[in-house]
Design a binder for this molecule. Sequence first.
Ligand code: PLP
Length: 414
Amino acid sequence: MLRHLRGLADAELPAYVYDLAALRRHSRAIRALLPDRVDLFYAAKANSDPRLLHVLGEHVDGFEVASAGELRHVRQLLPKASIAFGGPGKSAVELAQALDEGVERLHLESEHELRILTELVGERTVDVLLRVNLPFSLGQLPLVMGGWPSPFGMDPAHLDGCLRLLATHPRIRLRGIHAHLASGLDAPDQLALVEQVIAWADRWAGEHQLNLSEVNVGGGMGVDYTEPERIFDWSAFGTGLRRVLADHPALTVRIEPGRSISAYCGWYVTQVLDVKRSRGEAFAVLRGGTHHLRTPAAKGHDQPFEIIPSDTWPWPWTRSEAHREPATLVGQLCTPKDVLARQIPVNRLRAGDRVAFAMAGAYAWNISHHGFLMHPEPRFSYLDDERPPTSLAAVEDVRKTTDGAGGRLVRHSC
Ligand SMILES: Cc1ncc(COP(=O)(O)O)c(C=O)c1O
């Protein structure tokens, strides 16, 4: 991968580069580690790049979409794919589109949504899950969407109203419960949460004499930007799910991860325009910035990166550099929030060098504020050979030939 990034022309930067072979291996491995009665849906909101979706279409059981736009996009690209339609606010137009498109599941977030659906459903049938904000304590996690007052899903107390409506509308078939509560969980915590959700759903179904065939526990499998090699333990999660499902022979568990599937295969590569010093601190100003890669600003982390030294320097004066010191990597925007990584020790980072940010395949380009300052958009390129281009060996190879420029070594291939 880094070899490929070095081979890009300056004029091609900034660029997103997606390693499709790595994505294929990663998604195939995840699917293989999960039991049969776990349906793996990819949350398209994480990255709906068409080439990525095509690769994922070979290995996941379907796609979770959260708007009519995502629904149309996935339908056009993969007409046969199973689609689950969620999202905290759906308009009547969107619900009508979901019915017209024949989505496989509709995740209803309120009684109001269900009421609209009763008006629209007509002679059709639709399978729904009710999204519940379950009263579980989730602790300190990066993104918590439930367990406390939140606009996501409905409180358990509001389910009774939905059941009354469903009883008079048999064409809207309740298949089960949906509970995406948080993002950033490791495998043991995610498994514990699944067990809690299933136990709750069992109890609730028993109290109301319902036959639930499905529990969707959402996504949120952890991705660690500070330790890229510490990936979610899909093997332990799969083993745990197998044990849980053995006690529930009629149940299907659905998961809909996004970040943990596509984060690792994306790179954002750009160039250092200038290295400045302010009050003794080094700042590397890059072409591009958080209007292309908002993830570090949105999540408040340092995006892991690799420095790719470049010997091309077109000017007759000496290049500015940071040398064996911490450097803060910023973009071109007129805001102090345009920071991609803060005070990271580097051996050497010079104006003209390249910086390749790893883990830029999820909630990266598609969540960024592209229009701010009207800089050019990045280019997109795709690698698709079956060799492991981001393997440790490849990274070490490049390091040996780059006089140890430093930065963060990303020892992970997805
Ligand atoms: C309902 C729902 N499902 C799945 C996801 C995907 O979460 P992640 O990308 O953390 O796996 C999200 C993310 O916000 C979500 O809201």
